[in-house]
Design a protein around this ligand. Structure first.
Ligand code: NOJ
Length: 756
């Protein structure tokens, strides 16, 4: 039974929410009572102020439309003065003075840029993840914004898809933890707070399941897979109180998400209880026409009826919904409902109390790109790096001797911030060359040669540089640059090659069929390897790459993703051992694109191949192993950790009993370091074929050299649940394999019987 005080305070809190809701309802109803039909439809219209344009349409006549009540929100502008000027038009010159909501793609930081989200997810540190969103919100609100188009929680298991960089990888449980942390970081304790923004969870839904990893492509997925492996992070974001959602571009089992009533209404609102509003992606309503659902008027009506509330850029709602109402294909109630949801969002943000809450120029000066924010950026970047290989302790480097710093990304600012950076200024970033100088000063002799361009492939170059960006190519012949790099390498004790993908080789509309390091850089690496000098690769990447050659030939590989504003300082800290890397990958690295999709929690087949014995007539390839190059959860440290076996406090359980699983981890190396201890559970026999194992928990611990710590996981029946054929989420009795380890492939196991 709950204590009386708790019951009273719960009732009080519930009562408070109820009365707050009643106040909001009364306010919004009062306002809607004064609104014309056109003004209501106007609230459903989201326009872009220009940056970035991720489609072929840009809005025109914005000022007139704001005055006429034809616009509910705007994105693509920021800056306290700029936003204030536009808000002025709405608040002073429109009939009902309804404030606009101002959004932006604030994806991994705002002016201070943090690592790309896939990198952030590799920290396995939810406090850092949440803090990164909180800082981004503080900077964004200092520059006029109320609403951010983030988090992107799409599960992705196909690294050809460029947008894998924007999410948290392949695992639904882990993705849910990240989704929750980001929503909390953005929205804080109340969206009315001056430094809080409304989150916009995207892209609803299953966008990461695009066939062949090709951008915007079809998604066809079984219901069990959806519920079990792809939908949980969206649901976690709803449960965390996310204020808005963005519908995705893709179809789902034949019905486009943006016009999908099951998705936007039955699942999101009726099953999950989402109370906020849903905006379309950029011209996604108009694109329903290309999906084959009809002309603009027809598809706009379909989207509204499906549960879409706001139309991004395409103005299908603005230009056709009135006509559809007259013709009876939409109802007044549907328009009112969408309008109410948009107005409620503005109310929850406190915009009716103060439309200018984010337009204080003093805050813009004080809160943006501060030393503290930069310090945090450096810290989260260090925590995001993943040590993929470290043969014979090549890393950390000594703070003496001569280093050959080579590669097209070594002395570069423009690629440090990664994809989806709208407000961040690459010129404010720290290059790797500068970072090394900052960290080791003149103790180390640094020789530099560029060695190659990022790519010499003209198509890849053209497609990965847009919005006026240029690669800044070195015009010398490739061989001449390689020769210079080799001569430089010969004079050094160790070679540090800073190579990989440019910022926009991943991200939206940057799918790749070949996920190697671009060829011209590969040629450089091959020549450097031939010198026989220890070769350290500092790898920039927006996705898992295929690295078998690099793994076989480099002495060490440090994956730094795209680290953000403090890139160079963070890279140098880790290279020279000021911070011992502890990141773990959240998306499997395949050996070859032919293995894709590849993920750790696959099913067993009827003919599983365990890597031993004859392979004929087993589920495998005849030309490559089934194993990935680096499995989910993998990442090394400068030190080593030893795991004891798994101790269970019971081997037989019943009903709602709880289980404790304990391991002891010992730091057996020379450096203090963090380890992410991962818990997986598998159920070999159930009413459906289950994944071989699923991540259920993790703990990040710090150990000094020689130190041991016990880690205990509490396991309850909640951790055993799965979606059955009726899509009921429940657990079934049977045997469970508890696995604890350093990554998804390297675990210690124990088995337990759990009866109902
Ligand atoms: C298209 C992208 O898919 C989405 O993520 C983004 O938020 C919008 N454009 C707005 O820029």
């Amino acid at each position: 039974m709950l204590p009386v005080v708790l019951v009273m305070s719960l009732c009080h809190a519930f009562g408070q929410t109820k009365s707050a809701d009643a106040k909001m309802n009364a306010f919004v109803s009062g306002l809607m009572g004064k609104m014309t039909l056109d003004e209501k439809i106007g609230q459903l219209n989201l326009v872009t102020g220009g940056a970035p344009t991720t489609g072929s349409v840009v809005n025109k006549g914005i000022e007139q439309k704001i005055k006429g009540g034809d616009i509910g929100g705007m994105f693509g502008i920021w800056g306290a003065d700029k936003v204030k000027a536009v808000q002025d038009i709405a608040v002073k010159n429109s009939r009902l003075h309804i404030p606009l909501i101002f959004g932006l793609d604030v994806i991994h930081g705002h002016e201070t840029v943090f690592p790309i989200p896939l990198g952030i997810s590799a920290t396995w540190d939810m406090a850092l993840v949440q803090e990164s969103a909180k800082i981004a919100a503080k900077e964004a609100t200092a520059e006029g914004l109320n609403w951010v188009f983030s988090p992107m929680v799409d599960i992705a298991r196909d690294p050809r898809w460029g947008r894998i960089s924007e999410g948290s990888g392949e695992d639904a449980w882990y993705g849910s933890q990240v989704a929750r942390a980001i929503v909390k970081g953005y929205q804080g304790t109340s969206m009315k707070n001056a430094d809080a923004v409304m989150a916009c969870v995207k892209h609803f839904a299953l966008y990461g399941g695009a066939e062949a990893g090709r951008e915007y492509n079809t998604v066809d997925m079984s219901p069990i897979k959806m519920y079990q492996d792809y939908l949980p992070p969206y649901k976690a974001a709803v449960d965390a109180g996310a204020g808005s959602f963005m519908s995705s571009f893709n179809t789902i089992n034949g019905v486009p998400a943006t016009g999908n009533q099951w998705l936007l209404t039955d699942l999101l609102r009726k099953q999950w209880g989402f109370k906020g509003f849903v905006v379309s992606d950029y011209t996604a309503v108009n694109e329903l026409t290309n999906h084959g659902l009809g002309d603009l008027q027809t598809v706009s009506a379909i989207a509204l009826k499906a549960g879409l509330d706001m139309d991004m850029v395409g103005e299908g709602f603005l230009t056709t919904i009135k006509k559809s109402l007259k013709q009876g294909t939409v109802t007044q109630q549907e328009i009112d409902q969408a309008c109410r949801r948009v107005l409620e969002a503005k109310y929850k943000l406190g915009l009716f109390d103060n439309p200018y809450k984010s337009t204080d120029p003093a805050r813009e000066k004080a809160d943006v790109l501060t030393d503290d924010n930069r310090k945090f950026s450096r810290r989260i970047a260090e925590h995001s790096f993943v040590l993929l290989k470290n043969q014979t302790q090549t890393l950390p480097l000594k703070k003496s001797g001569t280093i050959a710093l080579i590669g097209p990304l070594a002395d570069n600012h423009s690629e440090m911030l990664g994809t989806w950076v709208v407000a961040g200024n690459p010129n404010k970033s720290v290059s790797v060359r500068e970072g090394i100088k900052n960290v080791v000063g003149s103790d180390v002799n640094i020789l530099y040669a560029r060695g190659s361009n990022i790519t010499d492939d003209s198509l890849l170059n053209e497609r990965s540089y847009f919005f006026g960006m240029k690669q800044g190519k070195d015009g010398r012949p490739a061989q001449e640059m390689i020769d210079e790099a080799v001569e430089t390498a010969k004079k050094a004790d160790v070679v540090v090659a800073v190579v990989g993908e440019s910022a926009n080789m991943s991200g939206e509309s940057s799918s790749r069929s070949d996920i190697n390091i671009p060829e011209t850089q590969r040629d450089l690496l091959k020549a450097l390897a031939k010198t026989g000098k220890p070769l350290v690769i500092v790898l920039f990447n927006g996705r898992p790459l295929t690295l078998p050659w690099e793994d076989a030939h480099a002495s060490a590989i440090l994956d730094v993703w795209a680290p953000g504003t403090e890139a160079g300082n963070a890279v140098a800290d880790v290279l020279f051992g000021n911070y011992n890397p502890a990141g773990k990958i959240t998306a499997t690295f395949p050996r070859s694109v032919g293995q894709i999709p590849i993920y750790y929690n696959h099913k067993n087949t009827g003919r599983p191949f365990d890597g031993k014995g004859p392979a004929k007539f087993k589920s495998d390839y005849i030309d490559i192993s089934n194993d990935p190059l680096y499995p989910f959860g993998y990442g090394l440290s400068y030190t080593t950790f030893n795991y004891s076996g798994v101790k269970l406090d019971k081997t037989m359980l019943k009903g709602n009993e709880a289980l404790k699983a304990t391991v002891t981890i010992t730091n057996t190396g020379k450096y203090a370091g963090e380890e992410v201890v991962q818990l997986y559970i598998g159920q070999p026999v159930a009413s459906i074929s289950r994944s071989v194992k699923e991540l259920k928990d993790f703990r990040k611990i710090m150990l000094k050299p020689g130190e041991s710590k016990e880690v205990t996981f509490d396991i309850t029946t909640k951790d055993l649940k799965f979606y059955n054929t009726k899509l009921v989420y429940d657990w079934e009795p049977g045997e469970f394999i508890v696995e604890i380890g350093t990554n998804s492939s390297d675990t210690h196991t124990a088995s337990v019987r759990w009866n109902k």
